[in-house]
Design a protein around this ligand. Structure first.
Ligand code: AMP
Ligand code: MG
Length: 348
């Protein structure tokens, strides 16, 4: 299959809408990361997503809508109070809500679960695509399974060339990390996957919010993932990534020491660091993760892909505090590192 890469325009959106209606896949921009979309109500089309990504069949997809009127047919009961408050506060935007599903949603979309994940994206091209298709669109991130999520159309092409007929190029994504996935079955909203809508924002809108314990650590033996996607190794670069936490100067010293040891052992190390710290690493090979947690959210997946392009076989990354969007950053970085996190010694 030949893959076309077209800038977002009325013509390319109309073509994309036709492809979706015909059961084909389209790569498209959202404010979080690029998505790989199919008609959510066409089981055969949805299966193509799993094939193109190499995604395990037990990892459910998020259904994207561009109008609140598209929600009732997808869900089994009216949204409750908390759901309505969160929808009013954060839709359209980078927040996904889990609802009991209606019979119209195929178990292929939900991986057999009796719930469906729904998001109303803010990105104008994503909304225009759903409008053009005149159907809700099931879409995971447009990467091959296990690879870092794509935040540019070039990343999508890297992973999906020859596997999809069309990729819409809408420039780099704003947030850079996938949506916040929120479970509504308990007394308080529960974050299954942190994202651009932070715990603090959810708590302010809903009067409280909890974070699933699996967000910042690996699943324990026999523990069932509430969000099936969270059980897989994800976002991983080819090299072995270790995160170093602790006081700033101690972190820099520890990373330099590990880098020098790796180099001496004949390996190809690479450092991922906050912009302001780069000079402290001297002539060691280091890439910028941006100025702060928000910059890191934006840059992280692209830098993990760069690490592969540079053929790094061992990576060391700085960390950020886990408040605000830092929680989402450390969740993705932790998973990319298979939770290899070490504390640097010393406090100065
Ligand atoms: P991605 O499409 O790559 O952004 O991944 C979608 C994420 O949403 C995965 O982590 C899924 O496990 C999660 N998800 C989708 N549907 C559900 C659901 N019904 N219940 C819980 N998590 C879900
Ligand atoms: Mg994904």
């Amino acid at each position: 299959m030949r893959t076309e890469l077209l800038p977002v325009s009325p013509e390319s959106l109309a073509r994309a809408g036709e492809l979706i209606r015909a059961g084909q896949l389209v790569g498209f921009p959202t404010e979080t990361v690029y998505g790989l979309g199919a008609n959510a109500l066409d089981e055969g089309a949805v299966r193509r997503i799993f094939e193109a990504k190499g995604r395990p069949g037990d990892n459910p997809l998020i259904v994207h809508i561009s109008d609140l009127a598209q929600l009732p047919p997808l869900i089994a009961a009216e949204p409750g109070d908390t759901a309505r408050r969160l929808m009013a506060a954060f839709w359209p935007g980078p927040m996904t809500l889990i609802f009991p599903k209606s019979d119209r949603v195929s178990p292929v979309v939900t991986a057999g679960l009796d719930t469906v994940a729904v998001r109303f994206p803010a990105h104008p091209a994503a909304r225009a695509l759903i409008d053009a298709a005149r159907r809700p669109i099931a879409a995971p991130s447009a990467n091959r399974s296990g690879r870092p999520s794509p935040t540019t159309a070039a990343h999508v092409l890297e992973d999906m060339d020859g596997r999809v007929p069309l990729i819409l190029d809408g420039g780099p994504c704003d947030v850079g990390l996938e949506s916040t996935v929120v479970d509504l079955s308990g007394a308080e909203p529960r974050i299954l996957r942190p994202g651009g809508v932070t715990r603090e924002m959810l708590a302010a809108a809903a009067g409280g919010a909890t974070v699933d314990p699996a967000v910042l650590r690996p699943l324990g033996e026999g523990e069932v993932a509430r969000s099936p996607g969270m059980k897989y190794r994800h976002y991983a670069p080819a090299g072995e990534l270790t995160i170093v936490t602790g006081a700033e100067a101690a972190v820099i010293r520890a990373i330099c020491a590990r880098y020098d040891a790796a180099l001496a052992a004949g390996r190809r190390p690479l450092i991922l660091a906050l912009e302001g710290h780069l000079p402290a690493y001297g002539d060691r090979r280091a890439l910028s993760l941006g100025a702060d947690a928000a910059g890191m959210a934006h840059a992280m997946f692209a830098r993990l892909r760069d690490a592969d392009a540079l053929d790094a076989d061992v990576l060391f990354s700085e960390a950020v505090p886990t408040d605000g969007v830092g929680l989402a950053v450390m969740n993705r970085l932790g998973r990319a590192a298979a939770f290899r996190i070490v504390e640097a010694e010393g406090d100065a």
